[in-house]
Design a protein around this ligand. Structure first.
Ligand code: FES
Ligand SMILES: [Fe+2]
Length: 365
C-alpha cells in the first residue's frame, strides 16, 4: 500500500478527522475499573470536550458534558474519585451523578427559581465487556456491534474489569496522531529499532493479524515462546497470556495491548489543532495476579510507567517525528506499507472509510 505523506500534514484533513473521529464517533475511554464502584467519577478532557463519567448509585455507567448549565464553567476538575454530587467552582450550582441540577446557590435571587430545570447534558455512553465508551457529542446511542464488531469474546476472555488502574501518563510528540498509531501497528521494526530493549522480550517480525470490521487484533510471541514450545508440546496447555502479547486497534484512536503485566491502553489524539502534534495518554491497568509485586513498593508502578515511556519517547516517537518533518517538507509523495505490515493497511483504510475517502489499494509489495 502506498500512503500519501500529505495525510500526515494536511490541516483540512485534520479538521475533518476532528469532526468525524473525535466529536461524532464513540471513543473507547478506558477500562471499567476506572470507575471501580458505585458513586465514583472520572473527569477527562483529552478528547477536546470536557467529559464527566460516573458510575451512579446503582452501578450504571453514565457520561455528561462537564459544562455547567449556568455560565459554562467546568464543573468537575480533571481526575478520579468517589462522589455522588458535584458543585461548580464558579457560583456553586450543584448536580447529582444522575446529571440533575440539585441546588442553585442563593436560588431565590433568580426571578423564578422553579423554572430552572437545567441538567448536565447527557452524552451517549455504554459499558461494553469491561470497556467504557463515550460519544463526545450528544446524538445516537453507542452501538455495541458497531464499536466492538465481534471482539466481545476476546474482551470478556481477558476479564478486563478485574485489572485495576495502576497509573496514567501523557506523552506529547511533534507528529501527526496517526503516526502514533502506526508506531504500534507492526513488529517488523522490533529487531532493528528496539534491538536492545523490546526485542529482548518480544520476537520481532512475527505476528498474527485478524480484522474485526474497523478494529483489529494482532498477537506477538514473546521470547519465552520457543522454550515453552519445547517444555509443553500440547498447545492446548500453553499459558497464552504469559507467552504472548495481544494488541488491539479499537477504531478510531485506541491501541490496547494485553500481556503478562496487564493491559497497556493508549488513546492518541491530535493536539492544539495541529496536524503535526499529538498527545498519547497511556494508562496501565495491572494484571491482578502481578498486582501484589507492585503494591509492595510504593514507587514500582511509577517505575513500570517510566520504563514504557522511555521506550516510546526515546525510540519509537523520535522516528515518527522525523517522518512528520519529511511529510511537511513534501520531499517524497508517498510511503509504502509492505505485505508484512497488514495492520497498517487496515488502519489507514478504516480511517479513510470513516471519512468517506477513497480506499487505498493493497498491492503485493
Ligand atoms: S458557571 Fe457554574 S455555577 Fe456559575
Ligand atoms: Fe516500537
Amino acid at each position: 500500500m502506498r500512503v500519501p505523506m500529505s495525510d500526515f500534514a494536511c490541516p483540512q484533513l485534520l479538521e475533518q478527522e476532528q469532526d468525524v473521529f473525535f466529536r461524532n464517533t464513540p471513543l473507547c475511554m478506558g477500562l471499567s475499573s476506572e470507575l471501580p464502584e458505585p458513586n465514583t467519577y472520572w473527569s477527562d478532557n483529552v478528547t477536546g470536550i470536557p467529559i464527566l463519567m460516573v458510575r451512579d448509585g446503582e452501578g450504571r455507567f453514565r457520561a455528561y458534558a462537564n459544562v455547567c448549565r449556568h455560565r459554562g464553567g467546568r464543573v468537575v476538575p480533571e481526575g478520579r474519585g468517589s462522589r455522588d454530587r458535584f458543585t461548580c467552582p464558579y457560583h456553586a450550582w450543584t448536580y447529582g451523578n444522575d446529571g440533575k441540577l440539585l441546588e442553585v446557590n442563593k436560588g431565590s435571587r433568580f426571578a423564578n427559581q422553579s423554572s430552572i430545570d437545567l441538567p448536565l447534558i447527557t452524552l451517549p455512553s455504554a459499558e461494553l465487556c469491561g470497556t467504557l465508551w463515550v460519544r463526545p457529542t450528544p446524538g445516537d446511542p453507542v452501538d455495541e456491534e458497531e464499536s466492538l464488531a465481534g471482539l466481545q469474546d476476546d474482551l470478556v476472555h481477558w476479564k478486563l474489569s478485574s485489572h485495576p488502574h495502576a497509573g496514567t501518563q501523557a506523552i506529547d510528540a511533534r507528529m501527526n496522531w496517526k503516526l502514533g498509531i502506526d508506531s504500534f501497528g507492526e513488529l517488523y521494526h522490533i529487531n532493528v529499532l528496539h534491538a536492545e530493549t523490546a526485542a529482548q522480550e518480544v520476537m520481532g517480525d512475527l505476528q498474527t493479524f485478524d480484522s474485526f470490521e474497523k478494529n483489529l487484533r494482532m498477537v506477538a510471541a514473546n521470547q519465552r515462546f520457543n522454550l515453552m514450545r519445547m517444555l509443553i508440546p500440547d498447545p492446548a496447555h500453553w499459558p497464552y497470556k504469559q507467552i504472548t502479547s495481544t494488541t488491539y486497534f479499537l477504531y478510531p484512536n485506541v491501541i490496547m495491548a494485553v500481556g503478562p503485566m496487564g493491559v497497556d491502553f493508549f488513546r492518541i489524539f491530535p493536539l492544539g489543532g495541529s496536524p503535526s502534534k499529538c498527545r498519547t495518554i497511556h494508562t496501565w491497568y495491572v494484571d491482578p495476579n502481578v498486582e501484589k509485586h507492585f503494591t509492595d513498593s510504593a514507587k514500582s508502578y511509577e517505575h513500570g510507567l517510566e520504563r514504557f515511556r522511555d521506550a516510546v519517547e526515546q525510540e519509537d516517537y523520535p522516528m515518527m517525528e522525523d517522518i512528520q518533518v519529511n511529510a511537511q517538507r513534501g520531499i517524497q509523495a508517498e510511503i509504502v506499507f509492505g505485505r508484512n505490515e497488514p495492520s497498517l493497511h487496515h488502519i489507514h483504510n478504516a480511517h479513510r472509510l470513516g471519512l468517506g475517502r477513497e480506499l487505498l489499494p493493497v498491492e503485493d509489495i
